[in-house]
Ligand binder design. Sequence first.
Ligand code: WQD
Length: 337
Amino acid sequence: MKKVLVTGGTGYIGSHTVVDLLENSYDALIIDNLSRSKIEVIDGIEKTTGKRPSFYAIDLCDKSALEEVFKLEGQIDGIIHFAAYKYVGESVAQPLMYYRNNVEGLLNLLDMVKLYKVKNFVFSSSCSVYGNIDSLPVSETTKLNPAQSPYASTKVVGEMLIEDAKIEIPANFISLRYFNPVGAHTAGFIGENPAVTPSNLVPRITGTAAGKFDKLMIFGNQLPTRDGSCIRDYIHVMDVAEAHTAALKYLSKLNHLHSHEIINVGSGSGVTVLELIAAFEKVTGIEIPKEITTPREGDVIAVYSDTNKSTKLLNWETRKTIEDMMLTAWHWEKSNA
Ligand code: WQD
């Protein structure tokens, strides 16, 4: 497999995945509408790898423009589909925009997969499809509880769409359910660049350390966990990127078609908010001004993944530590200032 199309390739996980693909000698090309990312990310990818991927500034909802790329590029061997809106709060306020962008974009892309005989497709899904968690760790066979946001619902719909369409499309599909991707490539040329003021924990930690925010609000420390704060499965974004390359390698070896595997992408270990903050303070020597407030509406108390399937099927597991995540997140915050 050589030529891989990455939609949303100037985004956070997309750009790190493009780096890993280029470092594994794939011919990676990017489609992105730049609604939530900047064209300069391509420069960051080139500085990191010494290679510059082809780039098309196209919206997946513009089907004729999308088809032009397939006509121009000839045979595309694989697609990794990241392009989607992903802000939980925004999705609650603007569900129609989220369904239009996330679902119509996927529909158009699947039409191209069928028409232009792409054989390998990786879909960017999310652990948020599980909804509120009944038992831990979460495995791919865990029953899905109601999604807690329209964003999460668009990921549930995306997986269902692929599951139903696989019969009609002669290809193989993998949906990867990410837990909490954090950190950045060690080179410091790419990283998380929220288009809006970040609400996720790690950019709030590094932003507070950089003086962008007065203090870090900790949403609850009296919850039923070992130290009273929420538990999450944080995973280094380069480990997430490597999982995508591993997924493409797995797909390219299949000798059948019309399959769809759903696979968790997590570290398998749960870390509390307070533990993550302590890790940041330890590796950077920076004390974070913080304030304990009430729990955040809609937060699940604890979630972390069962990693058996990803280890077995993809022959992949995480390699980076919480300290690597904090150090590279801080390095990026400073270099992106
Ligand atoms: C982590 C923990 C907060 C901010 C996100 C996405 C979700 C999925 C996974 C994409 C929680 C606490 C946070 C702050 C805090 N990603 N927190 N103070 O909520 O697990 O989910 O990643 O698919 O869609 O929303 O991530 O980083 O927002 O929160 O105390 O200022 O940190 O309560 O316990 P979350 P998060």
